[in-house]
Every structure is written in C-alpha cells, then in structure tokens.
Design a protein around this ligand. Structure first.
Ligand SMILES: Cc1cc2nc3c(=O)[nH]c(=O)nc-3n(C[C@H](O)[C@H](O)[C@H](O)COP(=O)(O)OP(=O)(O)OC[C@H]3O[C@@H](n4cnc5c(N)ncnc54)[C@H](O)[C@@H]3O)c2cc1C
Ligand SMILES: NC(=O)c1ccc[n+]([C@@H]2O[C@H](COP(=O)([O-])OP(=O)(O)OC[C@H]3O[C@@H](n4cnc5c(N)ncnc54)[C@H](OP(=O)(O)O)[C@@H]3O)[C@@H](O)[C@H]2O)c1
Ligand SMILES: *[C@@H]1O[C@H](CO)[C@@H](O)[C@H](O)[C@H]1NC(C)=O
Length: 464
C-alpha cells in the first residue's frame, strides 16, 4: 500500500518575552527574523517600554537612545504584542506563561543594586546611583527620593564605572546644558538650585583598574570651568608598576593617556567646580551627624595578585573624606523569579548560550537574555550580541525539533485573563500615544521630550 507522507504543517511558534529592555527587544527582533511568523508577546512591569534605554542612559546621551527607533520597528510587526504594566511573578506567573507559550524568554534585567554592607549605609544623604539615575530619568519608583542638593557642596560617588561618571557629570553639568535634554522637570528644578561644586569619585583599586571608558572620561574633561583633582604621585606610581599590563591592553593605555594628559600641572585657580579621582580607598563606615552623612571613613588599600587581576587589600590605615552626599555606584543586581533557578553568587539565571539550566539539565523551552543572562555589565551593543545568541539558540531548537513547552492554553486569551485580574495592560499603541504627548510637552520647552512620570498623566494620554 502506498501512503503519502503528509508533512506536518509546522505550527508557528509562540514566545513570551519578559522585559522590554535591549535584552528583550533584540531577542524578539532576531527570532522574528530567523523564524518569520513567530508570535511574540512581550511583558513589561512598567507602563512604558525600553528598560534602561529610557530609565538608565543619561539624558545627555541622546544618540544612544536612537535604538528606540529599532525597537519601534520590531513592535510594528503584526506578530508582536506588548503588554506594559504587567509584572511577571505578580500579575501573571512564569508557570502560566509556560502553560500558554511554546517558549519563554526571561530578560527582566537587574532591578536592584548592590550594597556596601557598612555601618550607617542607610542614613540620610546616602543613595544608590540607581535611585539617583531613576530620579533624573523619570522612573516612577524614584520620583520622590527626597534628594537635597542645597545643604552641602560636596558629593561622593563610590565606584569607578560608567554609571559613576554619569552621576558625577549630571551633578556638575551646567544647568542650561541639561535643559536641552530629556531630563525630568523635577530633576532640573532641584539641580538648578544645587550647591554641589565638588564630586569625589572613589575606587577601591587603582587607575589601571577603573571600569569607565575613554569617551565617558573625555566628557568629564569637557565640563566647563571644572577641574580634575588627583593624587599625581599615586597615579604615576601605579602607572609605573603597570607597564606590562599597558602593553597588552591598548584601550586601557589610551584611556590612561587621556587622563595623564589632562592632569593639571599648575595649582588650580580658575575653576568653579571640581571632580576628583581617588584610588585605593574602600568605604568602611559612613560617619553621620543627626542621622545624616557627614563623611566617609575609608580604609587605604594596596594591590596584590597578578597584574591583570589585582585585588584590593586593606592596610589597616584609615582616613575620612568629608561629603554631605554619597552615591553608591558599585553595580546593579538581578533578583530571582519564582519557579526558575537562580545563581545568587553570580546574580544570573544559570544558562548555556541562553538556554536556562537546572543543574546539568536544560529546561526545555526556557531561555534568558540581557543582564539577567550575563550579569549587570555591558553596553547596549554587548546586550544585543548576547540577545542574538539566545535568539539563535531558540531558532536552532525549533528547527531541530527539540522539545519545547507543551502549552495547554492559547495566547489569544491573555488580554481577557489580564482584564479578569483587573490588570490594565498598556499596548504599544497606547505607549506611542504617551510618547506623542511627551514629544509635544518637550517641544513646548525646547526639550526632545518631557517624560510623563505619573500613572495619572499616562492614563490621560492613553485615553486621549
Ligand atoms: C545608569 C546606566 C546607564 C547606561 N548607559 C548606557 C549608555 O550610555 N550606552 C550603552 O550602550 N549602555 C548603557 N547602559 C547599559 C545598558 O542599559 C544595558 O546594557 C541594557 O539596558 C541591558 O538590557 P536588559 O534588557 O538586560 O535590561 P533592562 O534594560 O534593565 O530591561 C529590563 C526590563 O525588564 C523589566 N522588568 C523587570 N522585572 C520585570 C518583571 N517581573 N516582569 C516584567 N518586566 C520586568 C524592567 O522594568 C525593564 O524594563 C547603561 C546602564 C545603566 C545602568
Ligand atoms: N556611557 C556608557 O556607555 C555607559 C554608561 C553607564 C553604564 N554603562 C555600562 O553599564 C554597565 C554597568 O555599569 P556600572 O558602572 O554599574 O558597573 P561597573 O562598570 O561594573 O563598575 C562598578 C564599579 O564599582 C566598583 N565596586 C564594586 N563593588 C565594590 C565594593 N564592594 N566596594 C567598592 N567598589 C566596588 C567596581 O570596582 P572593582 O573593579 O574593584 O570591582 C567598579 O569600579 C557597564 O558595562 C557600563 O559600561 C555604559
Ligand atoms: C497599571 O495597572 C494598574 C492596576 O494593575 C492600574 O491601576 C494603572 O492605572 C495602570 N497604569 C496605566 C498607565 O495604565
């Protein structure tokens, strides 16, 4: 008997993506390109999309935010749906997503920050860089952080990464420069009254171990009437000891070359504001007065270990640095979500090439991308590259007929399910209405956009 083999019509797969930052959007973009027809539903806890592109990237870096145009293109596809204002783990569970989609991608980033674990870390005047950045960028959670920029003229940033430089630069930028950006109105108002004229940027290791990059360093030197203060002896000494490292690491050599060239040779006379790079200092205690930070007690460190992985070791000598404000900028931190393995030490969901692992076992149909996959470091381009890796893994698994989730429910029912739970999801069309209002409000003030920071304003825009 002769039977024709009916090729089983390949069902177009459906994916749930959790988080709408670069990790989520670039995974969506690549999967939809590799497997046309894939249905993508993206869930975002905040009412508005784009994660740290909107709420992290500094207001004076508009060129970086152009990636939003790329995300808009992705969202225009009829196969894509956006559910903003929906927190996975609260409004809908990961298990429910597993029961509804063929695959689930976790790319919810790193929404907490690391702490120093020192005495008095929580007195008034000590902030995380994350909350300060969220405040000037209009993150709804950080609208009212109660920042007082008038009671002191000195601030300190702990950590020497690019976020630390963002914080210092915003504090020291001329207010009229900031007015031309999309910085929030409440931040402009507070910064226009700021008395801050000195910002210390403190690292536990030396100049060869800074983690900020050259372009961002140059921006510090471009601040008008603002001068660098640095311990020249210490700097030269560290450089002399690191020659072998500099031969191997050209980017670092260039960065330190820029720094060296800009070190003021004469006594500083004509500056109005100052920023300092302090090295080999670990905060051990916040010194407070009436429950407010007054100074930070630092242990002085030396460096030990191989040249390319030196660690800071305390010397048992201490000094105090006066500062009326302290911003801790020592990195962001991801949190676990119920039902998914989490590597608490590295702060990531364990994975191989984006496939989530439970011990040695691959969790079929479960993927991760972005900072949750790799840890809270890397620029948008690195996040994009690793989201592409995850998308490649998803596409390969589908093409190779690897086991996927076996959903029993249809994603068509998601809008109803959310409605039943009184969750008011924001669609991408709603978002574009919010954004249009932001552009209009911005234009009236000569800014690229005026961000809406309250839910009421957003609701009005959505219903307009
Ligand atoms: C202050 C700062 C400035 C930066 N500036 C630059 C820069 O100038 N240039 C550059 O190239 N890179 C910059 N970066 C790095 C860049 O932002 C990251 O590489 C990138 O945003 C990481 O993408 P992600 O998608 O993993 O995370 P995110 O961008 O954080 O996106 C995660 C999203 O998931 C959402 N989410 C969280 N929990 C849930 C949940 N339970 N359910 C649903 N959604 C959830 C969050 O609200 C967020 O929208 C900066 C980073 C920071 C912190
Ligand atoms: N303009 C841009 O392109 C831009 C802007 C902002 C952010 N980003 C990117 O976003 C990512 C995150 O930036 P980030 O600045 O948060 O992180 P980061 O680059 O990892 O810097 C963290 C800093 O904190 C220090 N640190 C960590 N733990 C500490 C502790 N316990 N005590 C004292 N110091 C401690 C680190 O020093 P050690 O090295 O000694 O650990 C390091 O100097 C980076 O990849 C960054 O490049 C890019
Ligand atoms: C977000 O959802 C809550 C209820 O879950 C609702 O009260 C709020 O209005 C929603 N926000 C927007 C902007 O739609």
């Amino acid at each position: 008997m002769f039977r024709t083999l009916v090729t089983q019509a390949a069902r177009t797969p459906s994916l749930a993506i959790v988080g709408s930052g670069p990790g989520g959007f670039y995974t969506a973009a690549k999967v939809m390109q590799l497997l046309p027809g894939t249905k993508v539903d993206m869930f975002e806890a905040l009412p508005v999309p784009h994660g740290l592109v909107r709420f992290g990237v500094a207001p004076d870096h508009p060129e970086v935010k152009l990636v939003m145009n790329r995300f808009d293109e992705v969202a225009e596809s009829p196969d894509f749906r956006f559910f903003g204002n929906v927190t996975v783990g609260k409004d809908i569970s990961v298990d429910e997503l597993k029961d509804t989609y063929d695959g689930v991608v976790l790319s919810y980033g790193a929404s907490e920050d690391r702490v120093l674990n020192i005495k008095n870390e929580h007195v008034e005047g000590v902030y995380s860089a994350r909350s300060f950045v969220g405040w000037y960028n209009g993150h709804p959670e950080h609208r009212e952080i109660g920042l007082d920029l008038t009671s002191t003229d000195t601030a300190m940033v702990v950590g020497q990464g690019n976020v630390a430089l963002d914080v210092a630069r915003v504090l020291l930028s001329p207010i009229d420069e900031l007015r031309k950006t999309d910085i929030t109105e409440h931040a402009l108002e507070a910064l226009s009254r700021s008395r801050i004229k000195r910002v210390h940027i403190v690292g536990r290791r030396g100049p060869l171990q800074v983690s900020f990059t050259t372009k961002e360093l140059r921006e510090m030197f471009a601040l008008p009437n603002t001068k660098l203060e640095i311990d020249t002896e210490l700097f030269k000494d560290q450089l002399a000891h690191g020659q072998s490292l500099l031969l191997k690491n050209r980017a670092l050599k260039r960065l330190l070359g820029v720094l060296e060239k800009e070190i003021p040779t004469d006594a500083i006379k004509d500056a109005e504001k100052f920023w300092s790079l302090k090295f080999l200092r670990s905060p051990v205690e916040i010194i407070s007065e009436s429950n407010r930070v007054k100074a930070v007690k630092m242990e002085i460190n030396t460096l030990e270990g191989p040249t390319d992985s030196q660690v800071a070791l305390g010397t048992g000598s201490y000094e105090e640095i006066e500062s009326g404000l302290v911003f801790r900028s020592i990195g962001y931190k991801s949190t676990p979500i119920e039902g998914i393995p989490f590597d608490a030490r590295r702060g990531v969901v364990p994975n191989v090439c984006g496939r989530i692992m439970d011990g040695e076992q691959v969790l079929d149909g479960m993927y991760t991308s972005g900072w949750l996959k790799r840890g809270p470091s890397g620029v948008i381009v690195s996040t994009m590259q690793d989201a592409f890796e995850t998308a490649g893994a998803i596409a390969a698994d589908i093409k190779n007929g690897k086991p996927f989730l076996q959903p029993t429910k249809s994603s068509r029912d998601i809008p109803n399910l959310l409605k039943e739970r009184n969750v008011r999801a924001v669609s991408y069309k709603d978002w574009k209405n919010i954004e249009k209002l932001e552009f209009d409000l911005g234009a009236a003030r000569g800014k690229p956009r005026e961000k809406l920071t309250s839910v009421e304003e957003m609701l009005q825009a959505v219903n307009a």
